[in-house]
Design a protein around this ligand. Structure first.
Ligand SMILES: *[C@@H]1O[C@H](CO)[C@@H](O)[C@H](O)[C@H]1NC(C)=O
Ligand SMILES: *[C@@H]1O[C@H](CO)[C@@H](O)[C@H](O)[C@H]1NC(C)=O
Length: 317
């Protein structure tokens, strides 16, 4: 259910004329959507790590893990249940490495700059896990160049993963961004799962999968898409997608339901802005409405809001 508040209406109309920046209606530090209730490692001070060996050791125990500085070459670090991985200040990150969230639940990852996954791997890979909140991170590889499959995804969710919220992240400079459901033949494991909320994300210079979703359910709102080459939101294999209050610029097939898969997906789009280069291609109108409460920022102005308030250094630890 979505009821625009008075504050939403005032903030999105009153400021347009007087300021190049729009006032935000949505809270910047709040968990909203399908991952609601995720608590990660709780509220303690936890362990601060500043090397790969410290990170790997802390990840085995779980709880709150604070990352200081950029950790380089850690490889893929596997997280356990009940864990929060939080970047300290505005320059914490993981380079030439990634996180695997597999067969666990209740995990939070915030305020980290992820850059360059190991060959053939994802920066964050969520497999058969539930309650995962990925918030205020920056994801990139080296651009749309070289072998399309050298790096894998930026943020992927597969094998019946469920109850996920991906908010206030920046995704940029890569071939394949975010894959939800990896195969047309995985209906048995994925049907009824793969519920994801994507909100206030910024996507630029990515070739495709922004996201791609098979079988699952995605609610995408108040996001900004700029200059993405081949396809935007790709709903396939009967997936249900609701896209609203989002601005698309220079993003071909901004919302598409009949690309590549054996069966089309479904999509509902409302209150979005598309420029001439960004057109939706929806073959099947969907039926998705969500039951949780959320506050949208209107499409007009959302790009300024997410440019400023998504990514790292906004919510710091
Ligand atoms: C995670 O925390 C919950 C609640 O405290 C607990 O029931 C569960 O056993 C924990 N899971 C693991 C794998 O430690
Ligand atoms: C992993 O998959 C199995 C089989 O579908 C399911 O019963 C289990 O709940 C899943 N675990 C998590 C943490 O998602």
């Amino acid at each position: 259910m979505h009821i625009p508040t008075l504050a939403t209406i005032l903030s999105t109309s009153a400021l347009v004329a007087s300021s190049p920046l729009y006032r935000r209606a949505a809270a910047v530090d709040e968990l909203v959507g399908y991952a609601a209730g995720t608590t990660g490692g709780g509220s303690g001070d936890g362990t601060t790590v500043s090397s790969c060996s410290e990170l790997t050791a802390a990840a085995k125990k779980g709880g709150v893990i604070k990352v200081k500085g950029t950790l380089k070459g850690c490889g893929i670090v596997k997280l356990t249940s009940n864990t929060s991985v939080l970047g300290v200040g505005s320059d914490a990150g993981i380079e030439e490495g990634g996180l695997q969230i597999k067969k666990v639940e209740n995990v939070i990852v915030r305020n980290l700059k992820f850059h360059k996954s190991p060959e053939g791997k994802d920066l964050i890979d969520i497999d058969n896990s539930s309650k995962v909140w990925i918030d205020h991170n920056d994801f990139s590889n080296v651009g749309i160049t070289g072998d399309k499959d050298f790096y894998d995804g930026l943020l992927d969710a597969k094998h019946g993963a469920d109850s996920l919220t991906f908010s206030w992240n920046k995704f940029h400079d890569h071939w394949k961004s975010s894959l939800v459901g990896h195969s047309d033949s995985n209906a048995a494991e994925d049907t009824g799962k793969l519920h994801v909320t994507y909100h206030h994300n910024h996507w630029t210079n990515v070739n495709s999968r922004l996201p791609s979703i098979r079988f699952g359910t995605a609610h995408i709102y108040s996001s900004c898409y700029v200059d993405n080459g081949v396809s935007g939101i790709n709903s396939r294999m009967g997936a249900q997608v609701l896209v609203e209050a989002t601005e698309f610029k220079g993003t071909k097939r901004a919302i598409v339901t009949d690309l590549d898969s054996k069966e089309d997906g479904f999509a509902v789009e409302r209150d979005n802005i598309f420029d001439d280069a960004s057109k939706p291609e929806i073959t099947q109108k969907g039926s998705l409405e969500v039951e949780y409460k959320y506050t949208v920022d209107a499409a007009a102005g959302v790009c300024a809001i997410v440019e400023k308030s998504a990514g790292v250094g906004v919510v710091t630890f």
